[in-house]
Design a protein around this ligand. Structure first.
Ligand SMILES: NC(=O)c1ccc[n+]([C@@H]2O[C@H](COP(=O)([O-])OP(=O)(O)OC[C@H]3O[C@@H](n4cnc5c(N)ncnc54)[C@H](O)[C@@H]3O)[C@@H](O)[C@H]2O)c1
Ligand SMILES: [Zn+2]
Length: 384
């Protein structure tokens, strides 16, 4: 069973019974309604999993122009998808639009895919969010199975059911909650992922450690050099990192599916991070911006007396050891940062709300909806 992650349901290889059976699992204390399987090499036999969790008359694969040529043929063959039913968008955030949603749904309609169809999303967070929104809306909703291929998508975006597209007014402004029927993670595909994208995943993994589990935080720090050395040689480290993060994220989102409270802890590093990402003109990747955001917000937490002394330095040092930046790029001044942070979706009545750590492994704000307001003077002091 090593390498299988089984929130809610465990899927086990069972010879003679169509390859897979579902058994209840009490070992993992999460309550997701769908199975998540993590296993290196599982892409080759994905058909068993897809047909088990999302039985459908016909499947469509949604992927992108980088991932499609690498992996879509293997997936299509295993699931039994006609080559013509593989739909690939141009890789990159620029494709996460209503235009792509329109193109994909039109292509599906022209292929006469009915309500008895299901979507397999094969790609990073862009493909997952877009394909998820297609599945949420096509014929008022059809099943989707996520096959995340970036580290970020494996540990973050494929879990939790948030789908959507960007608009000229901002990221993820139009979307829906649509839980997948299952998630299959083949960590072996990370071998082709560019280093910069891998590091984006490390930023989110460190974030999961800070918000929920000090031991996991240390595990991530120890795994990074091994994984950067060789994804193939570090198979066990990759599996442990991915499984640990999914357990943390799924434990949070299963208790708060629609972001009423607890789920806000996942925004640690993202208030300052989003502002840095926008003000850099997106020259900072999301992971780089979140890395800087975590360092800034941990310092804010210490200065505001929310976090124990030493927390910010441990986070800074972990971020640096992952090869991620710890400082804002030159030219981003405090006033501009504060201005953008005030327009954040999480701001309430012009007051910026922060998700801040108390220490590594524990977040502040249990009595105040898991966010804390901090005086601008403190934030300005950290930003300068
Ligand atoms: N729904 C959620 O809860 C949630 C959470 C976090 C982020 N997101 C969203 O996720 C998106 C970012 O996702 P991302 O970082 O995965 O970016 P991405 O999907 O753009 O992927 C990054 C790049 O890596 C390429 N790629 C993917 N897998 C590969 C592989 N195995 N080998 C080689 N190349 C590969 C892609 O083609 C792309 O060029 C953002 O739009 C963000 O808003 C959503
Ligand atoms: Zn993020």
């Amino acid at each position: 069973m090593q390498g299988w992650l089984t929130p809610g349901l465990a899927l086990e290889k069972s010879p003679g019974k169509a390859g897979l059976t579902a058994i209840p699992s009490s070992a993992i204390g999460t309550e997701l309604h769908y199975p998540v399987v993590v296993r290196p090499g599982s892409l080759q036999s994905i058909g068993d999993f897809v047909r088990h969790v999302a039985p459908a008359f016909r499947y469509v694969i949604i992927t992108d122009s980088h991932v499609g040529p690498l992996y879509s043929t293997a997936v299509a063959e295993s699931v039994g998808v006609d080559h013509d039913d593989i739909l690939a968008i141009l890789a990159g955030e620029g494709s996460k639009t209503r235009g792509s949603w329109g193109w994909l749904t039109d292509e599906m309609l022209s292929r006469t895919l009915g309500r008895d169809s299901a979507v397999v999303s094969l790609g990073g967070g862009v493909v997952g969010d877009l394909a998820g929104f297609v599945a949420a809306t096509y014929m008022r909703g059809i099943p989707i199975v996520h096959v995340p291929t970036t580290l970020l998508a494996m540990i973050d975006s494929a879990i939790g059911g948030k789908t959507g597209v960007d608009t000229p007014s901002g990221k993820n402004m139009v979307g829906a909650f649509h839980q997948p029927n299952g998630v299959l993670v083949d960590t072996q595909v990370l071998a082709t992922l560019p280093l910069r994208e891998l590091r984006t995943g490390f930023a989110e993994a460190l974030k999961h450690g800070v918000i929920a589990d000090e031991r996991y935080f240390d595990l991530v720090i120890g795994s990074i050099p091994l994984i950067e050395g060789s994804v193939d040689d570090a198979r066990d480290s990759v599996t442990a990192l991915v499984v640990g993060s999914i357990e943390i994220k799924s434990a949070i989102v299963s208790r708060d599916e629609h972001e009423g409270g607890l789920r806000k802890v996942l925004n640690f590093g993202h208030t300052a991070g989003h502002a840095a990402e926008i003000l850099s003109g997106f020259t900072l990747s999301h992971g780089e911006a979140v890395a800087i955001g975590m360092v800034i917000e941990a310092r804010i937490a210490e200065l505001a007396g929310v976090a124990e002394k030493g927390t910010a330095e441990r986070i800074r040092s972990a971020v640096a050891s992952a090869g991620l930046p710890v400082e804002l790029p030159a030219g981003l001044d405090a006033d501009r940062m504060l201005e953008v942070m005030r327009t954040d979706k999480k701001a309430r009545g012009g007051t910026i709300q922060y998700s801040l750590p108390r220490r590594i492994g524990k977040m502040a704000g249990a009595d105040s909806g898991w966010t804390v307001s901090v005086a601008d003077e403190i934030v300005r002091e950290v930003l300068t």
